[in-house]
Structures are given as C-alpha cells and as structure tokens.
Design a protein around this ligand. Structure first.
Ligand SMILES: Cc1ncc(COP(=O)(O)O)c(C=O)c1O
Length: 454
C-alpha cells in the first residue's frame, strides 16, 4: 500500500491507516489494496475520491441512489427517527412506521400484490420469496412442489437460495456443493441479433418455451416458482424480447407455478414505471425489491406478495396456539425504524418530484447517448431500457479483463460505474439533467477510447 495514504487521525474516516483487515466483497483485494479507489464524499450526482478528484456517478452506486446522494430529507428523517425510537424487535411486536411504509409501497405495486414482508437486502428478499413460495404451496396442501426455475445470466444475490436460482457461473462454481437441490435454469434471452437493439428486441420470444420444456421434463406439478429479473441488470442490461414475459406468465399459469419478478434493480422507477411489471404489463405473484427502497442509505429489502397468498398462509395456520407465527421466517432487522424512516422519506420524494415520470422522460435521451458510442472500436454491444444500459467490450484474453481495464480508464476520465465481466453497467440517477447525461456519455467516450489506445 502506498504510504501517501497514511494520514493524520483527523482524516481517519476518509483515509484508513491500514487496508489489510477489511476483506472486500466482490473485489480483487490484492490489486485494489495496491492502488485503492476510496470515495470520500457524495453529493447529488457527483462523487469525490480520496485524491480529491470529482467524478460523475453513472450507476447510482449499485443502482441504489436514483434520488441522488446526500438528500437532506432522508438524512433528517433517519436522524429524527433514531432520536425517538432507534430499535424495536419486529417479532410479535412492532411500531407504526413499518405499517405506514407497507401501505405506501402497496399503493405503488401492481393491483393485488399488496402484502409486504421486510427483509434486510435484495438477497434476503429473494431467499424470503423462495420460502414464501414453498409455504404457500404447503398451505394449499401441495407440498410436492420443491423445484425452482431461474435463468442463465440472472443475478438474485448471494445467499444459498439466491445463488442457486441465479445464473452467473462464477458465483455458482465455487459453491456447487452447498447449493439448493432441484433448480433448473432457462437460457438467457440475449441473442446475437440483439447487439445494438434499443429497447425490447423483436426476436427471441421463443426463449420462454424453455420453461415449458423444463415443466415437461421435471413435471410442472413439482415446480414451486420461476424467478426472473424482468430486465437482467447485473449482467449488463439484457432486455426481455417482446412478448417474452407474457409467455412466461402463461406457462406459469398453465402449471400452477408461481412467478417471482426480482425487481431489486428495475423496481422504483428504473424502467420509467414504478415497477417493470407495470411497464411490461405482466403481473407476477411476488415482487422482490431493495436498493432504491431507501435510496440506498440504509439496508432494506422487501417482498411484495399477492394478498391471496398471504391469506392462504394465514388461514392454514388458524388452529395454531395464539402467538405462533404463521410463517417461520423473519430477520432481526426486518423493517427496523431507521430503514423505514428512510423508506418513508423516499416515498415522499417519489411523489413530490414525480420521479418515475422524470425517469421516463429522460430515458430516450440516455438511450440515444448510449447508442452514440456504437462507433467506438472495442464496443461490441449496447443494450438499454429506461434509465439503464449495458455496454459490452470485446473480450481480451479472458472474460472480465477488458471490462475492468475500461472501468479504470473511465474512472480516470471522471465517470464512475460498475463493470460485470466485460459489461459496463450504466444506471444514472433520475435527478440527472440532460447536461449530466451529456457529461456521462462524453466521459465514457474518453475512457473507452483511452482503453482502446492502451
Ligand atoms: C436483481 C437483484 N436481485 C438481488 C440482488 C441482491 O441484492 P443485495 O446485494 O442487496 O443482497 C441484486 C443485487 O445487485 C440484484 O441486482
């Protein structure tokens, strides 16, 4: 580690004395610690790093902060809440805020999906949705359904269930021995002809038939649920072909399979509607969400569940002694006051600033900007929808090398985002003005061009 990073104790929160002890998540720790990228400040759409360099945040953190960084309304709400009630245990007890937030969330979810279970993050939301699927089928006397269907190139988080239904090979390979049994994957929907398609591709609806095939091979009556991201986010914005999600819904209905939309990324306006479900006109049985629920400032995950499923689980346990939970599941941090306060402040901003429409209006400008990078030499594919996009770099030697090198050149050029493998993940904040989108695109052009020359 460079000694220039050692600074006085007054700077301790920004510049650590040692980088050794923190084992960083999803990070090449060895390389990072030789040449760290530390973020010290965030305001609006900008970040500042430990060298004092200002960068534009082109991925809303990890899709977390669509309302921008440092929102006073959120910080003040959290601070006020912590002063009044910092924690209360969530099992057989509660406080008003979590009920109020559930009502506000249920107003924005598709009709009928109005029962809200709080978790800690996206992974625990997915894990919870898997358990609720099993609990629901059992409540209906259908306990043979144990199988789940996910999709290649899907990302659902890092717990055992979420890792299993996900379809990113590096996440699965190491942990194969402990993954959930009975999980099958459909093929992903990204076809060669989709390389530079703006919005939903016209071709590829037939990829949904993979679900029918799995149902035929394993017995549709044994499948508890199918989980997909309406738009696969972490693997670089893979947009569903026209008619694909509708066909998945039809096949689920035919076999009594529950459909879970993982909207941890697409939820809360990323597509221009509150949920991708509404944007694409397909209603699942459960929706998972996290990230933007609190504008990323306090961890919180949510599973929104069809009312009928909630009723079935409650009804089936009506003969239990008083005080027995209907669902043996929950977390110490399910709906804690600080997260709820952030969530309520976020809902206020969504409404006051008509934020989903703002995202919708800015989307074509972002998509035009992204596609203007098509001429760059090493760019092999650009996909996008709403306020999200993926730029794929030509693979160099091994998967991920080109993506990471491009990320570093872009960082140096003053635009920050995340790469997954060779895909650059772009997801600007909804508060962006056109000048911010221009800045993101200009700096991407500089960074990508510098990478090509390197
Ligand atoms: C679609 C999706 N589901 C689940 C997760 C996991 O969320 P978390 O990292 O909050 O556990 C993510 C994270 O990026 C995600 O994109």
């Amino acid at each position: 580690m460079s000694t220039s990073l050692f600074m006085s104790s007054s700077n301790r929160t920004n510049i650590p004395n040692s980088l050794n002890e923190h084992w960083m998540p999803f990070t090449d720790n060895k390389t990072f610690k030789k040449n760290p990228r530390l973020i010290t400040d965030a305001k609006g759409v900008y970040l500042t790093n430990h060298q004092g360099k200002k960068m534009i945040d082109a991925s809303s953190g990890l899709f977390c902060n669509p309302l921008g960084h440092g929102r006073k309304e959120i910080t003040e709400a959290v601070s006020k809440q912590l002063d009044k009630l910092d924690y209360c245990q969530p099992f057989n007890q509660g406080y008003g805020g979590s009920f109020e937030l559930a009502t506000r969330i249920a107003k924005k979810t598709p009709e009928g999906i109005n029962r809200i279970f709080y978790t800690i993050c996206g992974s625990t939301a997915v894990e919870t949705a898997i358990k609720i699927a099993i609990a629901y089928h059992r409540a209906k006397g259908d306990s043979k359904r144990f199988r789940f269907v996910g999709r290649e190139r899907g990302y659902h988080g890092m717990n055992i269930g979420a890792t299993t239904v996900g379809g990113m090979i590096n996440n699965i390979k190491t942990f194969a021995s402990v993954l959930m049994p009975g999980v099958q994957h459909m093929r992903h929907t990204h076809l060669p002809e989709h390389k530079f398609v703006k919005g939903q591709p016209d071709t590829g609806v037939e990829m949904a038939e993979d679900l029918e095939r799995i149902a035929m091979n394993f017995g549709g009556e044994n499948i508890a649920a199918c989980i997909v991201e309406p738009i696969a986010g972490s693997t670089g914005t893979l947009i569903p072909p026209k008619g694909y999600l509708k066909r998945i819904r039809e096949i689920c209905d035919k076999h009594g399979i529950l459909l879970i939309f993982d909207e941890v990324i697409t939820g809360w306006g990323r597509t221009g509607s509150a949920f991708a479900s509404q944007e694409f006109g397909v209603t699942p049985d459960m929706i998972t969400m996290a990230k933007a629920t609190t504008n990323g400032v306090i961890p919180m995950g949510v599973v929104a569940v069809k009312e009928e499923m909630y009723d079935a689980v409650l009804d089936s346990s009506s003969s239990n002694p008083e005080g027995t939970p209907e669902l043996f599941h929950g977390y110490t941090y399910s709906g804690i006051p600080a997260a709820v306060a952030a969530g309520l402040a976020v809902q206020d901003i969504f409404d006051k600033e008509d934020i989903f429409n703002r995202a919708k209006e800015m989307s074509p400008y972002l998509q035009d900007g992204l596609h203007s990078l098509k001429d760059l030499k090493e760019v092999v594919s650009i996909r996008g929808y709403g306020m999200m996009g993926g730029i794929e770099m030509r693979m160099k030697d091994k998967p991920g090398k080109a993506g990471f090198q491009t990320f570093k050149h872009c960082y140096d050029a003053g635009v920050n985002f995340k790469n997954t493998g060779d895909s650059l993940i772009i997801a600007p904040q909804f508060i962006c003005e056109k000048k911010h989108i221009d800045e993101i695109i200009d700096k991407l052009r500089t960074g990508i061009s510098n990478y090509s020359k390197s």
